[in-house]
Design a protein around this ligand. Sequence first.
Ligand code: IPM
Ligand code: MN
Length: 358
Amino acid sequence: MSKLLKIAVLPGDGIGPEIVAQGLEVTKAICEKFGHTLTYEHALVGACAIDAVGEPYPQSTHELCMRSDAVLFGAIGDPKYDNNPAAKVRPEQGLLKMRKDLGLYANIRPVATFQSLIHKSPLRADLVEGADFMCIRELTGGMYFGRPQGRSEDGNTAYDTCVYTREEVERIIHLAYKYAGQRRKKLTMVDKANVLASSRLWRQITQEIAPQYPDIETEYMFVDNAAMRIIQWPKSFDVMVTENLFGDILTDEASVITGSMGMLPSASVGIHTSVFEPIHGSYPQAAGKNIANPLATILSVALMFEYAFDMMEEGTLIREAVAASMEANVVTEDIANNAKAFSTSEVGAWVVNYIKNK
Ligand code: IPM
Ligand code: MN
């Protein structure tokens, strides 16, 4: 069935514009192939928005996101802010505001290995081969948003507060059970309940909810142990759910075991329009060089068709095209096997062409 799809395109900073351009071309090719009508509009977010209008998530960008069916997002961040802790307005605030204002309380990061990349993994092949799990990170609570946050008057003491409410925990635990039910039916809830009060709330609520999902095995794990287990036995995970800061750290760890961070997509979902983005960030050293890997963004487009539009066939064709480009060795330098490395736009064009000729 053909549909009208309205997409907000937010390239952001660093390599964002180059990779999002490829994601958009893939979106166009899929819409053409399946007879969907695509309309899209670009908007500013991050350092480029600060430079242009003085704030990292302008109201006009928020309004565009709110009236769109999905947001395709690149990355934000700029070294000129990273090296200046005194900067009052920071690109990252734009990302946090976007998540909060759109109510995107869950960040979903599927971690799956690609056969042709396993030799790039820092782990032994037998440990990673076949690893396939999903991290669900809470995205609008915890220490990132908890108040009070700040410094004492003399500037010599600083504090952040980790705050979670019952409602925030319940909604993400139910979401995690929903995904576990569609997969191998195992949920690992990661916390630090032996030390933190907020973690004890997470654990208590999960224990209350677990009986509602009798066909799903629930496992409880402390975050330090989980960090270890991700590298010792990644295949033991199916769906992992955790709070914001733990999730930020564990998902970076999880992403590299697959061989390249340049391959992993993510979806942020919740109350309003969902956001789809690669997890690798703005990679400023590569910006403007046409060398960044566009496949994580292209796989984020696959997630967009599946999660935001409920179009499974479209998502499947994108995944197939990405796998084919890897098999044909049409890949960027980060994953090229002693073979010729292709540029960002060449890889994108190859994937588009595959879709067109399918
Ligand atoms: C991520 C990023 C962000 C986060 C930063 C850029 C604020 O690291 O999406 O994981 O910490 O959430
Ligand atoms: Mn992160």
